[in-house]
Write a protein that binds this ligand. Sequence first.
Ligand SMILES: Cc1ncc(COP(=O)(O)O)c(C=O)c1O
Length: 407
Amino acid sequence: MESLYATIMKTFEGYAIGKMLRFLSVPDIISFAGGLPSSDVFPLDIVRKATETSLKEDWMHVLQYTPIPGEESLMTAIRNYLKKDNIHIEPENIMITTSGQHGLDLVGRLFLDPQDAIVIDLPTFGGALAAFELENAQYVAKDIREDGTDVKGLEAEIEDYTNKKGKKPKFIYVVPDFQNPSGITTSLEKRLALLELGKKLGIPVVEDSPYRELRYRGKHLPSIYSLDKNQGHVIGLYTFSKILCPGIRVGFNIGPPEVIQKFSFIKGANILNTPKLNQNICRTFLEEYDLDTHFQNTRKYYSEKLNFFLEAMEENFPEDMGVKWTKPEGGLFLWITVPEEINTLDLFYMAIEEKVAFVPGEVFYPEGHKKYNSMRINFSFPTKEEIVEGVKRLSSVIKKYKPKRKT
Ligand SMILES: Cc1ncc(COP(=O)(O)O)c(C=O)c1O
């Protein structure tokens, strides 16, 4: 059968984290590996109410095929919701997706021919790499800095790439707010610089924003989309996964009308429509729920866990271990860098034996750009007790590590 597969499928192995997660079924393991929001903050009451109302009053439509771009009522609710973030868009600027991963898939399918390049931070979201690798993408990439994307460095890399290949990259992909995986936030200056760079090159900035509402400290920064004032240079990707719950699988892409129309052509061919029941839940959440209180509670809950994690790191990682970690202002992840002689994939297998798990950083780097001495930590899902114990175990595993191989 294999000889019949499309060329890309002969090597494509999906989202690299998937392969790691099968190790996590060990009993009593403390996992910092998943990307899971905590079910403690899922607004079950509004989900239940919206479901009951929909099935009682709207069941004929809810159980039917529905429009490909999404429910008008949800799109209106989203447009109103975005106004408080200073994003003012028209109906033709938005399409409902079946979550953030679907939004990424649409971007890859729309822009990429095999071997086309895109511009990314190193590390970057592994799910985005998986979506773009399915289109056989290449990367123009630079290490992310403490204040976000290395815009100047990327500009030089892009020039180099364009001179060598005779074509420019297709888009710039960034997660400016509390990036998955590093937890780093891109500064206002760099957001403006990214927008200018996109404009200068005539390529869009794809701004992926699942964590925007989850800021625990520091100053609110405008999205790149809002800085562009809906002038068509930015494509915004959003999802309800981290603000409501991931099981609903609803998100939305915003951008210039011609791009949105193409997204809906692709959606018609790949998944057709997003379940109306789930869209009704999201609309009710936006219009009828006390969002301020919900977000305040959610932020409080996660920020306590983050502080707990950071304290545990201070206690268990004395300076002479040479371990560094980011201190995010929001989101669900932080990034640990260990001395270069430590390969975190090897360390991962040792850690599983000691019943603690993380994601080896290499899955957030595309082929040809890999680094092997980092790890992603999810602090939102484990309990406080698990955080304390898990960080202790992590420290002990790193102390025991003996380099096995050169990478
Ligand atoms: C940066 C980023 N984009 C997109 C997604 C995908 O979101 P969804 O779960 O809605 O598919 C995630 C999920 O973790 C993410 O971190």
